[in-house]
Design a protein around this ligand. Sequence first.
Ligand SMILES: [Zn+2]
Ligand SMILES: [Zn+2]
Length: 277
Amino acid sequence: MTIEITLLGTGSPLPDPERAGPSTLVRAGGKTFLFDAGRGVGLRLAAAGAAWSLLDAVLLTHLHSDHITDLNDAITGRWVTSLAPNPLPIIGPGNTGIVVDGILAMLGPDISYRIAHHEDMTEGPQPVVTETAGGVVYDDREADVRIIAAPTDHKPVEPTVGFRIEHAGAAVVIGGDGVPCAGLDELCAGADAYVQTVLREDLVSMIPIQRFLDTIDYHSTVRQAGETAAKAGVRTLVLTHQVPTPAPGSEAEWVAQAAEVFDGEIVFGTDLTVVTV
Ligand SMILES: [Zn+2]
Ligand SMILES: [Zn+2]
């Protein structure tokens, strides 16, 4: 095993009892990274045998609410389950600092209760935020783990980034939401696995509600995800955060749309799906 991907949450913004909000765990070289922190991520993190206190970083593709609803849980969970100061690195696009500051403000009363109650707690959570527009965001030579960010296209949501995790000659891409673009092509070049949010245009376009129809223009369709994967020579395409919520038994239909343009392996993601490259 070189890099292990666990889809923690594959759901859309609409609550689904079977699917947590968007979040993906990546383990490589003894390091553990959480990408996005959607609804219920803490439950799935526990199911995957991971812990807040042991994460090496939380990385955010963008600041849409469904991707950060439980970032507060990550910040509090890290703080209360670490017995010594253990700052949580949070890497994300521009404005990540504003969001984290807002979460810390929201947690203000809770932080004061715990500091007052526990003698060994003298300060609140100390997340360390790094904002990136692209480039190397993590580099551990000893563990041979490198993470590279690149801008993605999820307009009008801006800025947004995708990530490429490299370890021992293998590479995995977390594409996030968004449509095909040069940044994504760059990240995906020759990758072993590419995890992409996908939308079924044929289904969404049948729903006569403008607010829903609006989602078509800024998400990759299943076919577009397949096109990006094919163009970049990706080995395995992983479909996640599917919109709309897939009907039971419809998995093959989703896979077939990507397979029209992509010859490689296609994985239809559900919560706790594991892909190892
Ligand atoms: Zn989004
Ligand atoms: Zn999303």
